[in-house]
Design a protein around this ligand. Structure first.
Ligand code: NAD
Length: 471
């Protein structure tokens, strides 16, 4: 089975399943579905004492809103279909969470483990030059961000290369998001996708009827979770679920294998262990499963695929013993697998909603870069003084006293990170209820993915119709 083709087909099939339930004309739906621009490139990079020809892509799926937006993936699985599928998901994701961008995605066909940081820097800078040359990057054109295999370091290289070529462009910092905080980034971006996954899951778990129908009680506390992939998305989903949701992570799967501990695995400590030993295997208190692939069959409440697409397919879907699947990765459940899971009564919280925290906070970072000011700088002290006056007045009028801790809790003005978290939480909760309205309103909608697609389609179609392109 061609893994990437199946991902592309899954996204296409999921789109079609939702599209037939809408009232939009065929031509409009075809326009929304199609990738608007694909740039395939090959460029030479000196690796050691020879040149390597690197294959890469940037796909702008939808120009109905500009700039387009989407991460850059470094992986040896990258091909055009994979990047097209990921770019399409970005269009629907941005629409769902009311982030005013079209969808895009980049891919560089390399395995990062085969290159030194210096070589990766050369590849990243050369890729950026190609994007600039073809007008595929810019604050109002197309704004990349991190994805699988890339992070703040790569985003800083992209920014620096862009600024060298576009000297004096005042908004240049907004050409890429997910940058380090000291390089025009924003507090809270690194953890944003994982934090958003937690907020989305937490919101679902407030639905009494649905959660009880799954044989559980509402709330996150005491639920068990298994995570595949401890990269950016997986690690923050894990740590935040433990710290803020009192969830127990009882299984973790990584490249080297799968470990379990029913008492709960401390993800922060496991990451330190992996950094020193180069593997999660042997982490004190855990048992290693025979096969890495057995992560899917660990009995738990919540299964979190946070690595790559097509990890849950028709070959292993029946082994799943979880009640909820949180699609932290993009496309981890194939369309075939989802049909099986639906029959099994497993709830899938779909990628295009659940992992939208990253692009949401990227939007905040872009706004910060365009406004050239840190969030909270103008109002923090003003709010703090006003709250202090209010507390002083209440204390004076009541004659009661409060502790220093209580006082600082009541009078604190919001820092950038507080505002980012608040904006993210608001986005994940509001979007969830928009999707849920479509889930409960239409009898023909059997799953949250179709409901999410319909919600996104309504918004994108409305943009096109307002533009007058499809009167
Ligand atoms: P990452 O490179 O930081 O981490 C991925 C992790 O998965 C790595 O630790 C890798 O070793 C592990 N992995 C790969 N194959 C595996 C396998 N077969 N079994 C177990 N572990 C495996 O990537 P990321 O940024 O965390 O992205 C992960 C997924 O989340 C991707 O699908 C990506 O598109 C999606 N996503 C990322 C973001 C973001 O902000 N980074 C936002 C939205 C969606």
């Amino acid at each position: 089975m061609n893994k990437q083709a199946s991902f592309f087909e899954s996204v296409s099939r999921n789109f079609d399943n939702a599209a037939v339930l809408t009232k939009y004309p065929k031509g409009l739906l075809s326009q929304i579905k199609a990738a608007n621009a694909v740039y395939q490139m090959r460029f030479p990079v000196k690796i050691g004492n020879k040149y390597e020809v690197i294959e890469a892509f940037r796909v702008q799926h939808s120009h109905h809103r500009l700039p387009t937006k989407g991460g850059i993936r470094y992986s040896h699985y990258v091909d055009q279909q994979e990047v097209e599928a990921l770019a399409a998901l970005m269009t629907y994701k941005c629409a769902l969470v009311d982030v005013p961008f079209g969808g895009a995605k980049g891919g560089v066909k390399i395995s990062t483990r085969n290159y030194t940081p210096e070589q990766l820097e050369r590849i990243t800078r050369r890729y950026t030059v190609e994007l600039v040359r073809k007008n595929f990057i810019g604050p109002g054109i197309d704004v990349p961000a991190p994805d699988y295999g890339t992070g703040p370091r790569e985003m800083a290289w992209i920014l620096d290369t862009y600024q060298q070529l576009k000297n004096g462009e005042i908004d240049s910092a907004a050409c890429v998001t997910g940058k380090p905080t000291n390089t025009s980034g924003i507090q809270g971006r690194t953890e944003a996708t994982g934090r958003g996954v937690f907020y989305g899951l937490r919101e679902y778990l407030t639905l009494k009827d649905e959660v009880e129908a799954l044989g559980m009680q509402t709330g996150t506390g005491g639920k068990t979770m298994v995570i595949q992939g401890l990269g950016n998305v997986g690690r923050y989903t894990g740590t935040i679920s433990i710290e803020e949701g009192d969830i127990k992570v009882i299984g973790v799967s990584e490249i080297e294998g799968t470990i379990v501990d029913e008492k709960g695995i401390n993800i922060a400590k496991l990451l330190k262990y992996r950094a020193s030993k180069g593997s999660i295997l042997g982490f004190p208190g855990t048992k290693t499963l025979k096969s890495r692939e057995d992560w899917v069959s660990i009995p738990c409440d919540i299964l979190v695929p946070a690595a790559l697409e097509s990890q849950i397919h028709k070959g292993n879907a029946k082994k799943i013993k979880a009640k909820i699947i949180c699609e932290a990765a993009n496309g981890p459940v194939t369309a075939d697998a989802e049909e099986i899971l639906l029959k099994m009564g497993v709830v899938v919280l779909p990628d295009m909603y659940l992992n939208a925290g990253g692009v949401t906070v990227s939007y905040f970072e872009w706004l910060k870069n365009l406004s050239h000011i840190r969030f909270g700088r103008m109002e923090k002290r003003f709010d703090q003084n006003a709250y202090t006056n209010m507390v002083d007045m209440v204390v004076r009028l009541t004659g009661k006293t409060i502790s220093t801790r209580e006082r600082s809790l009541l009078t604190k003005g919001a820092d950038e990170v507080d505002l980012v978290r608040s904006g993210l939480e608001e986005t994940m909760i509001t979007s969830f209820h928009q999707i849920r309205a479509n889930y409960t309103r239409k009898k023909s909608v059997k799953d949250y993915r179709t409901a999410a697609f319909i919600t996104a389609l309504d918004k994108v179609a409305s943009d096109y119709l307002t533009l007058g392109v499809f009167p």
